[in-house]
Design a protein around this ligand. Structure first.
Ligand code: M6R
Length: 367
């Protein structure tokens, strides 16, 4: 089953172009998105009535939920709260306003997320699930389910399920915006065009970054700490990059909103400490570059991840990795690839079982 790969994690990282292609299959139309699984429950009126959306998930699925929050808020123009399942169940205050709960779970069996789903239904909220597992408990209990089509994910660390989940969330955002006549509707065309090219862009990213990340992992493997910084969507992706390094490489990796470093964390930056600067969001690039200069001034070894054609970043970092450029909302999917590869190579060079990291399980069926 592994074919030429040594580990499932690597195989699944390389399956991402296919997983995304399958998740998009039959769902893109020239002007929007086709999600027949939602049509029987949601009409234009019920979407327009919505005043609040909750996105509820655990771990890596929660990180894709944070990205989904930003996309839905931009397109639909209503507040979205992303919450850990384990927090939602015991802290959710039911509101009288029409709300929707979106639950995300690769396995469809995570106990924390199942409890949150039950809590949502008890408080009268309709639930849409996004899962990779047909017939799973979460799929059966939700009012409607959008399936990601990533295929089975066997490595404990989620890779292809994560990027496919983001794709499904973006499809759902477009669908909701179209039904609800959201403020972002006019921008949908360019996003749909970029989604069509996404599998190819992911493929190119794999080719462009694999070797350089392998080399970087060989230099940094003995570091105890590593920081990831970014702004906006790059910050949200940094959270996922840090989680991957923690679970697979057992490196103490932390993600920071780049502008927050000077409010405390800068004290941890000492000469040689590796910092990965995610620089894919053009609208905040100037500010990010100032933050990179701040950590460089304290001696950090900075690797920038940026888009082809960005001349500015190369002048301020020690090493730059270029990835293809796409719609800004899709950049976190491309930038996730080198971070997954870094976790993989760091884990293997440190001698860990990357497919079955210590103390972790693929599906957590107890709260
Ligand atoms: O199956 P789920 O998406 O509900 O799982 C949630 C988390 O347990 C899971 O994403 C976990 O964080 C992964 N091991 C991360 O790679």
């Amino acid at each position: 089953i592994l074919n030429e790969y040594q580990h499932y994690m690597m195989k699944e990282i390389f399956e991402q172009p296919k997983a995304i292609e399958e998740t998009l299959l039959g769902r893109l139309t020239p002007h929007g998105v086709n999600l027949p699984e939602l049509e029987s429950i949601w009409d234009e009126e019920s979407v327009k009535r919505l005043r609040k959306i909750y996105i509820v998930a655990s771990g890596t699925s929660y990180h894709s939920g944070l990205l989904g929050k930003k996309v839905i808020e931009q397109f639909l123009g209503i507040p979205v709260e992303a919450t850990f399942s384990s927090e939602f169940t015991y802290n959710h205050q039911p509101s009288n306003e029409p709300s929707l709960v979106i639950v995300l779970s690769q396995s469809g069996e995570t106990a924390d997320t199942l409890s949150a789903l039950r809590q949502a239904k008890q408080s009268g909220c309709p639930v849409i699930a996004i899962t990779n597992t047909a017939g799973s408990s979460i799929a059966r209990k939700a009012d409607s389910t959008i399936y990601t089509k990533a295929g089975p994910e066997l490595a404990v660390a989620s890779t292809k399920a994560y990027t496919s989940q983001i794709v499904a969330l973006i499809l759902l955002s477009i669908w909701l915006a179209k039904k609800g006549d959201g403020p972002g509707t006019s921008h949908i065309r360019s996003l749909v065009d970029s989604l069509e090219c996404l599998p190819g862009d992911v493929e190119s990213t794999l080719i462009m970054t694999q070797e350089a990340i392998d080399q970087f992992a060989q230099i940094t493997y003995d570091q105890d700490h590593l920081f990831l910084i970014g702004r906006g969507l790059d910050y949200v992706l940094a959270l996922e990059g840090a989680l991957k390094l923690q679970e697979v490489a057992y490196i103490h990796a932390d993600a920071y909103a780049a502008g927050e470093m000077k409010h405390g964390t800068m004290a941890l930056i000492t000469p040689g400490v590796p910092v990965i600067a995610l620089a894919t969001q053009e609208s905040v690039l100037d500010k990010l570059i100032s933050n990179i200069k701040e950590v460089k001034a304290r001696g950090a070894f900075v690797v920038g991840i940026s888009t082809i054609g960005d001349d500015l970043i190369g002048e301020v970092v020690d090493q730059v990795l270029f990835i293809p450029s796409t719609h800004p909302l899709l950049m976190p999917i491309l930038a996730a690839i080198p971070l997954q590869l870094l976790a993989y190579y760091s884990g293997t060079v440190r001698g860990h079982d990357v497919d079955r990291p210590r103390n972790l399980a693929k599906s957590l069926t107890v709260e």
